[in-house]
Design a protein around this ligand. Structure first.
Ligand code: NAP
Length: 284
């Protein structure tokens, strides 16, 4: 039976350490600040934004909130970002995605100063990640790497199979694993023989977004399983991308859904904001 990788407890420990560091900075007269911009009233985005605000509050980070109407135009949003880029009290800028259709998302992400891009989505930060010299690393994949490290799982020389090639999870986590000297296979909808590829994995990272699409008996005995998927079934139950009941009989370590990767994302956002504050302070 696999050992559960408890994202809640790892996340709690890291948030505790962040709160201590924030207090130390405050005693030097500095308060890390995160600007959070929400455009429109998408219900899921509203929930994520309020979770981020609460998390900031809990560790002592200043959260500067901008809730803009759905008809905000691109120019207004760009002006706000330019203002925040120059604001000394702000060390991180987060624009909650997705944006309303009339706004060009890429243009907005590229307007954020790479030095305040705590989501790690700016092409500059993507380039830094791929070249192995990351500045800000995107929060969900970064959280996965921290979970592996905290669980004492070494990636060097291991076969890592990532299923899903999105820009926010699959691709960045593949490059992070490569940096840790894993041999990485990146799978997607056009991959042939997916069960066979998964059967090779010492470490499987599933970021698909389809309930239990990865069957437990595809997994190699003793593999580590990281399930990023969050899928709500008709009855309301949350499940991952991996068939958990079978997978947990074969894996050595596995993340539950919920309570696995999920809690790590906001924690790494807090971490990135704190690191940004420390970096920008040293430069000023
Ligand atoms: P996404 O942008 O929809 O990408 C899904 C990827 O999975 C695509 O690359 C797609 O391949 C691939 N895929 C879909 N069906 C497949 C199949 N049957 N076999 C192989 N590959 C398949 O999703 P995402 O944004 O990366 O998110 C993935 C999941 O993680 C979602 O459940 C999301 O809710 C969750 N998530 C959780 C957190 C968190 O816990 N904090 C954060 C982010 C995302 P193609 O490229 O070929 O279409």
């Amino acid at each position: 039976m696999a050992i559960l990788i408890d994202g809640k407890s790892i996340s709690g420990k890291i948030r505790g350490e962040i709160a201590v560091e924030v207090k130390n900075l405050e005693s030097q007269g500095i308060k890390p600040g995160l600007a959070v911009i929400l455009v429109g009233d998408d219900p899921a985005s509203k929930v994520y934004v309020s979770m981020k605000e609460k998390a900031c509050h809990d560790v002592g980070i200043f959260s500067d909130e901008y809730k803009l109407p759905a008809d905000t135009d691109e120019k207004q949003l760009l002006e706000l970002i330019h203002r925040l880029n120059g604001k000394r009290e702000i060390h991180g800028i987060l624009v909650q995605l997705p944006l309303p259709k009339h706004i060009n998302e890429a243009k907005i992400v590229e307007a954020i100063s790479p030095e305040k891009d705590v989501d790690g989505f700016h092409p500059y930060n993507v380039g830094r990640l791929i070249s192995g010299k990351p500045l800000f690393q995107p929060c969900t994949p970064y959280g996965i790497m921290v979970m592996l490290k905290e669980s004492g799982i070494d990636l060097s020389g291991k076969e890592v199979v990532v299923v899903g090639r999105s820009n926010i999870v699959g691709k960045p986590v593949a490059f992070m694993c490569l940096k840790q000297n894993a041999t990485v296979t990146l799978c997607h909808t056009k991959t042939r023989n997916l069960p066979e590829k998964i059967g090779m994995a010492d470490i499987l990272i599933a970021a698909v977004g389809k309930p239990e699409v990865i069957k437990g008996d595809w997994i190699k005995e003793g593999a580590v399983v990281i399930d990023v998927g969050v899928n709500r079934l008709d009855g309301g139950k949350l499940v991952g991308d991996v068939e958990f009941s079978v997978a947990q009989q074969r894996a050595s370590y596995i993340t539950p859904v919920p309570g696995g990767v999920g809690p790590m994302t906001i924690t790494m956002l807090l971490h990135n904001t704190l690191q940004s504050a420390k970096r920008l302070i040293h430069r000023s």
